[in-house]
Design a binder for this molecule. Structure first.
Ligand SMILES: Cc1ncc(C[n+]2csc(CCOP(=O)(O)OP(=O)(O)O)c2C)c(N)n1
Ligand SMILES: [Mg+2]
Length: 668
């Protein structure tokens, strides 16, 4: 063990046990004061976390975003007090003791679960179990990809995640560990809080899973240790760091360790221990200090750890300064797209207005991506096993394969949720802009992680094709109905449903420029005509909606549509004018969110004061906002069916005739 002893940087007078007890005390005191929270997990994992931080992790609280830092993910996010205690002890400037005293209160940095962006050093938002470990997979992948591009001198770090029984029970963990094992993400180390307790009681109530066997089957190195034996934990982490594949360290722990009466019980999972048990715990662990008081020698032992990270950071900065890779590395980490991308998209739009290119918007997306990927290396594509349906791969995109991360296309496998979480991890890690495809209907499967993309303001682009009954024969299992409403209801998410090749390129541009917001590109399987009259330098989709077709006379009706139904609205408008002399304007509305952000005058000029008919081959929910009390909606009222797309549009009465009839009913 001499090498491990050499790694120790703590003052000899303070034991790691004392350092761990500081976490225990802070966790139980904060939860008690808040009268809410989860003391059991931080107390149970205090020893593991202490070893991890005191001997291994390289982070610098004075430079929390230093690119080559190790990443720490608290996947068992309910144990947030573990993270906050660590941050206080390590000396993050935004985590003074007062923040721990305001645990879970409005406006504090110590939110119920760790939230990225809420306090320094929180690498990802956790709490929805399973997300952290799956996001960590993306981080570990991004690390390898960045290292392949810029070398080990600049990129050489680990991703450590603490996961509980809950994280491992969640289905997403299966997707994530399979992907990580397959890709041999050797810099990923998961520490499992193997306490065999969850909320309802012992995990034996609901699982007989042999977790070590499961991880082994997915290609992981698995080690089993007593999570309170610090030397054993350290040896396991050291071995994991040397492994050629991802590692699971099953740390057998006692939940609420230290609490003499409640330790080992689910009662410590999510409730304060109570004053009597806290006093007994202080006695039991020999912690004679007042609530929220950490003695100076123990605090300085913790602060020394930060010193080690700071030294590592400084050495890295010198390597960066001297590196021929410096500019390229800084460009990647900065995430700023070159102007060439937007120039290429501008030229693309001009070309295809002139050619009046008629393609499915999924195809248009592929064509736009060819222009984008040709002009930047930042984008990393992928699909959940639907590459040739989503059309997400472009020429010269090499694949990422196990052990070789120089490529820029990820075969995520049939793992929509895992893909979305991994993309969050890639975006959070920095250096890349991830996009990934699946069918829109399976947004449901990816939903948990998509919600976190939005909550964390990450630039993740979801390419979701086969966006309506227009996909045809695959039938109602594959035909999204309620999905647009669900996505549009999600705060801070761009939902783009472009109508043609031009809007598709515009929406791609908007998605890439949305540095603080994820986007969903909702794309058709079927071909759609180019609808623009003329090229404009202006990105017309940027205002969310615009008048695509002005009527020849004063507007009698406004037809509003998105995506594949804009073509139908245009045909309806022509019919209304030709056959009935009714002047109909057509509004294309590729993005509700961006339209909502426009000023009232612009919105009024687009929507007009005439009666409105909306047409979208999806659920009505939400459309009343745009059509008002007196408007009409042409769309779906139930699930779709299996048939060729043109038959389905007729069957469900989403046709120019139906739209024209609805309009006439409003007018007459
Ligand atoms: C997706 C999801 N489902 C349910 C919950 C509610 N929940 C929070 S913690 C927990 C039990 C977790 O058990 P474990 O990971 O073993 O934590 P421990 O009790 O050991 O601290 C549950 C069900 C959640 N946070 N996320
Ligand atoms: Mg547990």
């Amino acid at each position: 063990m001499t090498s491990l002893a050499a790694l120790k940087s703590v003052a000899a007078s303070v034991s790691e046990r004392d350092m761990a007890n500081a976490i225990r005390a802070l966790a139980m005191d904060s939860v008690q004061k808040a009268n809410s929270g989860h003391p059991g997990m931080p107390m149970g994992m205090a020893d593991v976390a202490t070893v991890l931080f005191s001997r291994f992790i390289n982070i610098d609280p004075t430079a929390p975003d230093w690119p080559d830092r190790d990443r720490f993910v608290l996947s068992a996010g309910h144990g947030s007090m573990l993270q906050y205690a660590l941050h206080y002890l390590l000396g993050y400037e935004d985590m003074p003791i007062e923040e721990l005293q305001r645990f879970r209160q409005l406006g504090s940095r110590t939110a119920g679960h760790p939230e990225h962006g809420h306090a320094l050093g929180i690498e990802t938002t956790t709490g929805p179990l399973g997300q952290g470990i799956s996001t960590a997979v993306g981080m570990a992948l991004a690390e390898r990809m960045l290292a392949a591009r810029h070398g080990a001198d600049l990129v050489d770090h680990y991703t450590y995640a603490i996961a509980g029984d809950g994280c491992l029970q969640e289905g997403i963990s299966h997707e994530a560990i399979d992907l990580a094992g397959h890709l041999k993400l050797s810099r990923l180390i998961v520490l499992w809080d193997d306490n065999a307790i969850s909320i309802d009681g012992p995990t034996s109530l609901s699982t007989s899973m042999d977790q070590p066997a499961r991880f082994k089957a997915a290609g992981w190195l698995v080690q089993l240790v007593d999570g309170h034996d610090m030397e054993a934990v350290a040896a396991a982490i050291e071995a994991a760091r040397q492994a050629d594949r991802p590692s699971l360290i099953a740390c057998r722990t006692v939940i609420g360790k230290g609490a003499p009466n409640l330790g080992g019980s689910e009662k410590t999972h999510g409730a304060p221990l109570g004053n009597a048990e806290i006093a007994a715990t202080r006695q039991n662990i020999g912690w004679a200090y007042a609530p929220f008081k950490v003695p100076d020698d123990i605090l300085s032992a913790w602060r020394e750890i930060a010193g080690r990270g700071q030294a590592a950071r400084r050495a890295w900065e010198q390597r960066l300064a001297a590196s021929p890779q410096r500019k390229a590395f800084e460009r990647a980490i900065g995430g700023k797209l070159p102007d060439a991308v937007f120039e290429a998209l501008g030229a693309f739009r001009k070309e295809h207005v002139e050619k009046a290119t008629k393609v499915a918007t999924r195809k248009a997306s592929e064509m736009a991506l060819a222009a984008i990927n040709g002009a930047t290396e930042l984008t990393v594509g992928g699909s959940a096993d639907l590459t040739h349906s989503n059309l997400t791969i472009t020429k010269d995109m090499d694949r990422i394969v196990p052990g070789d991360y120089a490529g820029r296309y990820v075969h995520y496998g049939i793992r929509e949720h895992g893909m979305a979480a991994a993309m969050n991890g890639i975006a959070l890690h920095g250096g890349f802009i991830p996009y990934g495809g699946t069918f829109l209907c399976f947004a449901d499967y990816a939903r948990g992680a998509m919600r976190l993309s939005a909550l964390m303001s990450q630039r993740v682009v979801y390419v979701m094709t086969h966006d309506s009954i227009g996909l045809g024969e695959d039938g109602p299992t594959h035909q999204p109905i309620e999905h647009l409403a669900m996505l549009r209801a999600t705060p801070n998410l761009n939902v783009f449903r472009p109508a043609d090749i031009i809007e598709t390129a515009e929406c791609w541009e908007l998605a890439l420029k949305s540095e603080r917001r994820p986007s969903v590109l909702v794309l058709s399987r079927q071909n759609l005509p180019m609808l623009r009259q003329a090229h404009s330098d202006e990105n017309r989709s940027s205002r969310g909606a615009y008048v695509l077709r002005e009527p020849s006379a004063h507007r009698a009706v406004t037809l509003i549509a998105t995506g594949s139904e804009v073509e139908i609205a245009v045909a309806a408008a022509e019919r209304l004018e030709r056959e009935h002399g009714i002047a109909a304007a057509v509004v294309s509305m590729p993005s509700w969110e961006l339209f909502e952000e426009q000023d009232a005058d612009y919105r009024k000029s687009v929507l007009g004061s005439a009666p409105r008919v909306a047409v979208e081959a999806a659920a009505r929910l939400g459309w009343d906002r745009w059509i008002g009390d007196t408007g009409a909606f042409v769309g779906m009222t139930g699930f779709g069916a299996s048939a060729p797309a043109p038959d389905l549009y007729k069957h469900f009465d989403i046709t120019p005739e139906a739209v024209a009839t609805a309009a006439m009913k409003l007018i007459i």
